[in-house]
Ligand binder design. Structure first.
Ligand SMILES: Cc1cc2nc3c(=O)[nH]c(=O)nc-3n(C[C@H](O)[C@H](O)[C@H](O)COP(=O)(O)OP(=O)(O)OC[C@H]3O[C@@H](n4cnc5c(N)ncnc54)[C@H](O)[C@@H]3O)c2cc1C
Length: 398
């Protein structure tokens, strides 16, 4: 069994398949964990880009199962951390989804109702007049508080998964790109690398936002989009407390959203993107710093010590996908919310490869766009559309 891509998806799949007695080889073209799995914001959140109400309307009972899967994914992350004593600073401090326009508050009410009535989550709307108890900023019109969510140190979590896979006997190869996958007449595959060819009964593609054209029909369905994060110097406890009193994971409702939180050592981690156009780290750092201090004027003068970027894997229906193309299994497309889902998809893909059935609600068409090969020609127009929506008061909500 060969797994291409050494992030959360690949490591979790490797750990699970090794546990089920399979011989597993993971190929990672850079260092293990080099992709989004070591550079993300560390927010462990339920849900997808589409809110639960839209999922229920669009997919009916399958929508309910899809949302429930994201709660199962969170439970899996927590159980994996607990059972394997992964030291990754996980803390269930809750998430606050912030309305950037007054008209969006009504949607928050609807969403809170669905989350609590249909999924049993502790979810409630914090009106604008009470927001000061949750965020030191006057820019937002209300927030949806979901207590279930949490945060972790992404690279430490990755290191724990890699250790788990290795301890169970998976073979992990860094600096080893898969360059071709050939289907053999007598069954199985030959996977080429610069270090030689490997025969495998099954191949799992776990490359998400870093997918290349090794499986062209998957590449045509994933849109890599850059996301950027700055980390400030550690804040004094007074300043940290004044910005995010209850250490929530914060996300705002724009399509070009901001996401931010405090790290365990009280740095402010502030992420987002200005547009779909690629940019440099220094430009993104300046832009994010300006955005952070607009939201939290009390952070003016705080130094930024780190800035970085990574690629998220978007899909045309803004949902993750697991499936098979020409016998190759793929599990990807987390659309920027993949810490929990990639852990879950890694395990789900492993169980499917080991012979279990794939639940019907995951068996969904994987859309593409005409003429899309590798260059997402449609992004400038889409970026303009989203920016206009954000200005008008639309956003991450439908
Ligand atoms: C800046 C940023 C912030 C984010 N914040 C959050 C967050 O707060 N919460 C959240 O839930 N999600 C977040 N995400 C998304 C989350 O990090 C990803 O969904 C998740 O890490 C995906 O894991 P993965 O293993 O599928 O892919 P990745 O970790 O991206 O790994 C894919 C790997 O495949 C390798 N690869 C590609 N092609 C080949 C090849 N041919 N041969 C060998 N190897 C190959 C790449 O080198 C890469 O290491 C964020 C992402 C980014 C970039």
């Amino acid at each position: 069994m060969v797994i291409i891509g050494g992030g959360y998806t690949g490591m979790m799949a490797a750990a699970r398949l090794a546990w089920r007695g399979r011989s597993v080889t993971v190929l990672e073209q850079n260092e293990l964990g080099w992709g989004a799995s070591s550079r993300n914001g560390g927010m462990v959140l339920p849900g997808f880009k589409s809110d639960p109400g839209s999922l229920l309307r669009r997919y009916g009972d399958h929508g309910r199962q899809l949302y429930q899967a994201t709660l199962d994914a969170m439970a899996l992350v927590e159980e994996t951390i607990r059972a394997n004593q992964i030291d990754c600073q996980y803390a269930q401090t809750g998430q606050l989804y912030l309305a950037h326009k007054p008209a969006l508050v009504r949607h928050l009410d609807d969403e809170a109702h669905i989350l609590s009535q249909q999924f049993g989550l502790a979810a409630r709307v914090i009106p604008r007049v009470e927001l000061a108890s949750e965020i030191g900023s006057s820019r937002y019109y209300g927030g949806l508080l979901v207590e279930r969510s949490g945060g972790l140190h992404p690279a430490k979590y990755f290191a724990g998964l890699a250790r788990l896979a290795r301890d169970r006997g998976a073979h992990l190869y860094d600096h080893t790109p898969a360059t071709a996958i050939e289907r053999r007449h007598r069954g199985g595959f030959a996977v080429s690398t610069p270090r030689g060819r490997i025969s495998a009964g099954n191949v799992l593609l776990a490359t998400n936002g870093y997918s290349d054209s090794i499986v062209p029909s998957v590449r045509r369905r994933v849109i890599p989009i850059g996301s950027y994060i700055i980390a400030t110097e550690p804040l004094t406890s007074e300043l940290a407390q004044s910005a995010i009193p209850n250490r929530r994971m914060l996300i705002d409702s724009k399509n070009f959203l901001y996401y931010w939180r405090l790290s365990a050592d009280n740095r402010m981690l502030f992420g987002g993107r200005a547009s779909f156009a690629p940019t440099t780290i220094p430009k993104a750092r300046d832009w994010l710093y300006a955005a952070m201090t607009r939201v939290h004027p009390q952070l003016r003068g705080v130094r930024v010590e780190h800035a970085w970027s990574g690629l998220v894997g978007f899909t045309f229906d803004r949902m993750p996908h697991i499936g098979r193309i020409n016998g190759v299994t793929y599990a990807l497309g987390y659309c920027g919310t993949g810490v929990a889902m990639s852990t879950y998809f890694g395990q789900l893909a492993a169980d499917w490869i080991a012979g279990d059935a794939l639940p019907p609600f995951w068996q969904r068409p994987f859309p593409s766009m005409p003429l899309y090969r590798e260059k997402p020609w449609f992004l400038p127009a889409l970026g303009w559309y989203y920016r206009t929506l954000d200005g008008l008061g639309g956003g991450g909500l439908p």
